[in-house]
Structure formats: structure tokens, C-alpha cells
Design a protein. Structure first.
Ligand code: KG4
Ligand code: ZN
Length: 359
């Protein structure tokens, strides 16, 4: 199966070409253009993001064709593609539309089936991309049922996966996402956007025990999260120490303590849910899955408290938004159905939730 995928759900424009043959990734090419323009606003401006996508997607498609068929030629690319996939939701509607409508046009002009992919499902399938060039992850192994902790700028949720493409939402954030907790506190500290990588870097020099920030809902028996209170606690703490913010050691301690609070909650709740649901595998997914402390602490806690459960983390390259993960999700979607699915008549769906029972 040979898939062309587009991803434009937020502020990264991305395209990918994935070829899977006999359970192996035969070829994977991908390009991502991060919209630097939002840095000056300290967050993503939806209208600006959509305009940037519209300007970037054709350039990316030409560059991808150049990689795949040796020329920036859409016609030549169409000859090697048998399915077109694009993110249909969730995300910013104006951003989603650019990629999804472009994919519809290509699918129509090339007469190929279109797959509208859930962005969160894409993040889940970033775990299957780590084995790039080789055998597809999990082929011939018992990996399900599995639990996925999805942690991104817009989502924090625990998904139970019965098998490929089958999800049940066990819990989600009631307010801010884990990535937002990083981004918003980074903004308070003048660290710019996105804040996660900046906080993580600063935290390397700091003491995670320096400040005892709250761990919201850590010990609650349900699987939901809440990070808004943590951000508020950090805001009050910083306001109470106005002169210390210029001190590099103080900033590093705040970053390390904040990161520890977020990681503690994510790890505890995930391990408890994994044991309760008797899963075989725990996956991490989403931009925050790139966080080194989260990866390390999760691996340690699973080893200690859920021995026998396998822990899988996506390659760092594919944690933040990209189109390779959308192509991989499309591969498993397409593989699971006999007739080629065609989503050409569907619209982008900014609120599409994965795994929540529908009425
Ligand atoms: O998945 P993603 O690229 O976009 C969404 O779908 O939201 O995730 C972006 C989020 C941002 O909040 C960013 O700050 C966070 O992932 N992030 C990190 C790290 N790298 C990215 N958070 C913590 N540590 C990191 N190393
Ligand atoms: Zn994402």
C-alpha cells in the first residue's frame, strides 16, 4: 500500500509518503514546515496558521514529489500513490480545512480513495514509525490490549486499545492539556512558544524537589486529569518572588519542579490505569512524549509497578505533529477494511473525539 498523507491540524504543515509491503516499511519520506511566525505572538493565531498552510502545502507537495519520484511533478507522484490521507480532526478548523480540502482535490483529480484521519489516532500510530526501514512494529506479536497516554498541546487522555484502530476513552483532561501546562508556564517565565522544549532544557540544570507544586488529581481513582490549577499555582508563586525571576538557578528550579509535578501525575495515573485494565503494552504519544523525564520516569514506574507490561515510546522525531504518523494510521485503517474507504464527501471535524462512545 502506498499512501500520500497531509497534516495541517494546527501550526505545522506536513506531508509524507509511506509505502508498506509484506509487513515492512518499504519507504518513508516526510517533510514538516513549522510556522515560526507564531513565536512573536506567544501562541498559535488560527487565521495566520491557515494562511501559512495554504502558502506552504503546495511547496511541500512539490518537494515530496521530488524526493519520491525525482521531480516536483504531481502527475508522476499520482502514479505511485494508491491512497490519499489527511487529518480531518480534531484541531483548528481553519487549519484542518486547508489540508483536508487539498487532499480531497488530489483524491478527486487522481481518482484515488481518500482517508480522513483522526489526528490523535495519528499520534498513536507514531509508535509504529520507530521501526522505519524495517519490519512493522508488533507484527506477529501480542501487543493488545494496550493503553496509550496521549499528551500534546491540546490533549491529555488515556485510550484503551482493544486492537488496531479500536479505542475506548478511559479519561481526559477536564481543563488544560499537559502541553498547555508547559506552554502557559513557559510564557509566564518569558520562555517563548512552544514552551515544552524550553522548560525541559531549563529543568536539566534545576532541582525537581526545590518547590512543591500541586499534583492535581494524582490520587483520585478516576482516569481524568486537570492541569489548570498547577499553572495558577506557578503564577502565584512567581508573583510572590518578582525579583528572583532574573536568577538563572531560580528559573531552573521552577522549571524542574513544574516538570516533576506534571510527570508525576502522568506516570501515576497511567501506571494505575494499565494495571487496572490489565494491558499488555503501554504507549506514549503526542508532543509531550518527547519529554526525556516523562520517558525515563514512565519506564521506571512500569518496570517497578507493572512488571510484565511492555513500555513503548515513539521515536522523538515523530512525537510532535507530522504527516508520517497520519500515513501510518491510514495504513492500519485501510488494512482493516475490505472495500477502500472514501471520505471525499466528509467535512473537516474540529471536535472529532477518538474512542468516546457516541449516542
Ligand atoms: O502533538 P503536538 O506537536 O501538537 C498538538 O497536537 O498539540 O504537541 C505540541 C506540544 C506543545 O505543548 C509543546 O510544548 C509540547 O508538545 N512539547 C514538549 C516537549 N516537546 C514538545 N513538552 C515537554 N517536553 C518536551 N520535550
Ligand atoms: Zn498533535
Amino acid at each position: 500500500m502506498r499512501i500520500l498523507a497531509l497534516e495541517t491540524s494546527c501550526d505545522d504543515s506536513a506531508v509524507a509518503y509511506l509505502e508498506v509491503a509484506r509487513g515492512h516499511i518499504a519507504r518513508l519520506e516526510y517533510l514538516t514546515a513549522t510556522q515560526e511566525i507564531h513565536k512573536k505572538y506567544g501562541g498559535v493565531v488560527p487565521e495566520v496558521a491557515a494562511r501559512e498552510h495554504a502558502a506552504t502545502v503546495p511547496t511541500l507537495l512539490r518537494a515530496l514529489a521530488d524526493k519520491v519520484v525525482g521531480a516536483p511533478d504531481g502527475k508522476a507522484l499520482s502514479r505511485v500513490v494508491d491512497r490519499v490521507a489527511a487529518t480531518r480532526g480534531p484541531g483548528l478548523v481553519t487549519s484542518l480545512r486547508v489540508g483536508f480540502e487539498a487532499a480531497k482535490t488530489l483524491a478527486l483529480a487522481w481518482n484515488k480513495p481518500l482517508l480522513g484521519i483522526n489526528h490523535i489516532e495519528g499520534h498513536v500510530y507514531s509508535n509504529w514509525l520507530s521501526a522505519s526501514g524495517g519490519k512493522l512494529f508488533g507484527e506477529g506479536e501480542k501487543i493488545f490490549p494496550a493503553l496509550v497516554l496521549v499528551v500534546s498541546g491540546g490533549h491529555t487522555e488515556l485510550l484503551y486499545m482493544k486492537s488496531h484502530c479500536q479505542y475506548r476513552l478511559l479519561g481526559a483532561t477536564r481543563d488544560d492539556a499537559a502541553g498547555e501546562a508547559f506552554d502557559k508556564t513557559a510564557k509566564l517565565m518569558g520562555l517563548g512558544y512552544p514552551g515544552g522544549p524550553a522548560i525541559a532544557k531549563l529543568a536539566e540544570q534545576g532541582n525537581p524537589l526545590a518547590h512543591d507544586f500541586p499534583r492535581p488529581m494524582r490520587n483520585d481513582p478516576h482516569n481524568d486529569f486537570s492541569f489548570a490549577g498547577l499553572k495558577t499555582a506557578v503564577r502565584y508563586f512567581l508573583a510572590a518572588h518578582p525579583d528572583s525571576l532574573a536568577d538563572e538557578a531560580f528559573r531552573a528550579d521552577v522549571a524542574a519542579s513544574l516538570q516533576a509535578a506534571i510527570v508525576d501525575v502522568l506516570v501515576d495515573k497511567t501506571v494505575r490505569a494499565a494495571v487496572g485494565a490489565k494491558v499488555k503494552t503501554v504507549f506514549l504519544a503526542g508532543g509531550v512524549a518527547a519529554n526525556a523525564s516523562l520517558r525515563k520516569e514512565m519506564a521506571r514506574a512500569i518496570k517497578e509497578r507493572a512488571p510484565g507490561v511492555r513500555f513503548v515510546e515513539p521515536s522523538r522525531t515523530f512525537c510532535t505533529d507530522n504527516a508520517a504518523m497520519i500515513a501510518m494510521a491510514a495504513y492500519f485503517r485501510a488494512k482493516g477494511i475490505r472495500l477502500p474507504q472514501n471520505d471525499i464527501l466528509l467535512e473537516a471535524d474540529p471536535g472529532w473525539e477518538l474512542g468516546r462512545p457516541t449516542l
